[in-house]
Design a protein around this ligand. Structure first.
Ligand code: DX5
Ligand code: ZN
Length: 228
């Protein structure tokens, strides 16, 4: 289990795009640690979402780090564009990248934080050699491509294994989870070792609003830490 403070990364995929700036400000005020930007190309995943122009528009709106989750084929072609637009960290998938080490070094050369993402069916072991080079690992807890999907419970033992690897190889590396995180699943992933929770629909889709939803998620995550 991770014993420190749990960080929340609201995913704007579930936000109201007509009020995007406002919603991001609301999340910042409510204590978000970073803003999660889901980029999809209709090829790596069967959906299209947003590009660097959204990062560029949000950059003056918030002081929070903008983390960009690149669900795209050939991420190398877009690293500079997102870095220039104002992304603070770039998260790239292990899947489909034949030269992950090179991609990771390119992100570092741009002066940005770098994270490696693994899909639900990808084993934790693929991270072993790249872990010393990254600032964070993102374990997908749904198949990437859509918001509001059901959490995949078989990812829990993997989160535990990744936590162990991080503690042994790269203490301080963030372990983030993404997909189906709500007040019910948050305690499970925190208990397994996650310290950063991405949440889209559980934050921006909550009928009581962003701040109330974030408070509820933090309380749920806290329950796991106190063992109650
Ligand atoms: C899924 C995205 C997620 C998504 C999470 O492909 O990477 O970031 O927005 O949405 P929820 O929290 O609704 O599952
Ligand atoms: Zn994401």
């Amino acid at each position: 289990m991770y014993k420190g403070a749990v960080k929340l990364a609201p995913s704007i995929l579930a936000a109201d795009f007509a009020r995007l700036g406002e919603q991001v400000k609301e999340a910042e005020k409510a204590g978000a640690d970073r803003i999660h930007v889901d980029v999809m190309d209709g090829h790596f995943v069967p959906n299209i979402s947003m590009g660097a122009v959204i990062v560029q528009s949000l950059r003056p709106v918030t002081r929070l780090p903008l983390e960009t989750h690149l669900m795209i084929s050939d991420p190398d072609l877009f690293l500079e564009e997102f870095a220039e637009a104002g992304s603070d960290s770039l998260l790239v998938h292990w899947e489909g990248n034949n030269n992950l080490h090179r991609t990771v070094q390119r992100v570092k050369a741009l002066g940005k934080h770098v994270g490696v993402v693994i899909n639900p069916a990808t084993p934790a072991s693929v991270l072993e050699e790249i872990l010393p080079d990254v600032d964070q690992v993102l374990v997908m807890t749904v198949n990437p491509g859509f918001g509001a999907q059901h959490f995949i419970h078989t990812t829990l033992p993997k989160i535990r294994r990744v936590r162990q690897m991080i503690d042994e190889i790269k203490p301080g590396c963030d372990l983030e989870v993404d997909g189906g995180i709500d007040a019910t699943t948050a305690p499970l992933v925190v208990e397994a070792g996650a310290n950063v929770l991405v949440a889209g629909s559980a934050i921006f889709g909550d009928s009581e609003g962003v701040a109330a939803a974030m408070k509820r998620l933090q309380a749920a995550a806290g329950k796991a830490r106190s063992g109650k």
